[in-house]
Design a protein around this ligand. Sequence first.
Ligand code: PLP
Length: 328
Amino acid sequence: MHVEADQNLICYFDGRYMQLRDAHVGILTHALHYGTGVFEGIRAHWDDAQRELFVLRSEDHYERWKKNCGILRIEIPASPEELTDITVEILRRNGFQTNVYVRPLAYKCAERIGVSTDDQDAFAIVALPFGEYLAADKGIHAGVSSWRRIDDNAIPPRAKICGAYVNSAVASADARLSGFDEAILLNENGHVAEGATCNIFMVRNGKLITPPVTENVLEGITRDSVMRLAAWELNMETIERPIDRSELYMCDELFFTGTAVAITPIVRVDHRPVKDGLIGEVTRRLQQLYFDATRGHLEVYRNWLTPIYQTQTRNEQDVVLQAATAAV
Ligand SMILES: Cc1ncc(COP(=O)(O)O)c(C=O)c1O
């Protein structure tokens, strides 16, 4: 799925809020030539009954972003809390009443020729309405790619480094041209790594299994949410171990997880049905739990959510606090 952005949307760029049409970088920008940027993907879900938009695990995403940026020595001069406040402000200014995707991007911004990096960094945050990325209700057909997942010693896939996404882009585009909905990438050891933009889980003999983070995968936040939901709500511990390609053809259930794809069942893989080709019971239950947790329907997971319209940002809280203190 591709989403064209409305140029009137309000984003955060160059330290201020502005319309997307006014946010530009120069043609010689380092990151544009050498892929020296780090991005994030964050979801906000609209709940119609509550008339509320909930940002999901915002501070966890921003913490990961800052750590990922450290690999490229990109400095983001704001804390996860402050970045969450900026995100809340962007969402409010746009007045979204729909599901939204938030795309923070930090990058080497020097405008010059030469690959080695310096300390000129910039960041931007854009948010846009975003529906379903893959067919999570019907399930999809995934194909094992002939492209291998990049290795930690080449470009660390545990970080969302812009240049690394050439690997995902070619695998994903080729999978689609071959008639699949999405690609599954193996690592250089021939083990299952992940999807082009998502982590992967299988259910085999009643066990929930996913590759460990040392198999050249992104340390997904949805992966972590799903492992928690499975443990706490279904009493299923996730086993982190390497997965062979042929296990994909023998397992009982298979699904992708990710900010864009949520929990997307894989019902066919390489022209073979996953079990009977229907969405499995564990996948269905996790999908429902994830849906409820991310829309504020489950009280225990409320701390994953930042409501946009009901609460004040830290800046506003400070103003109220200062006013109250002054009154005393
Ligand atoms: C390569 C890759 N793997 C996995 C994921 C899922 O990570 P998360 O759940 O944090 O969105 C993504 C998300 O963009 C990704 O790009």
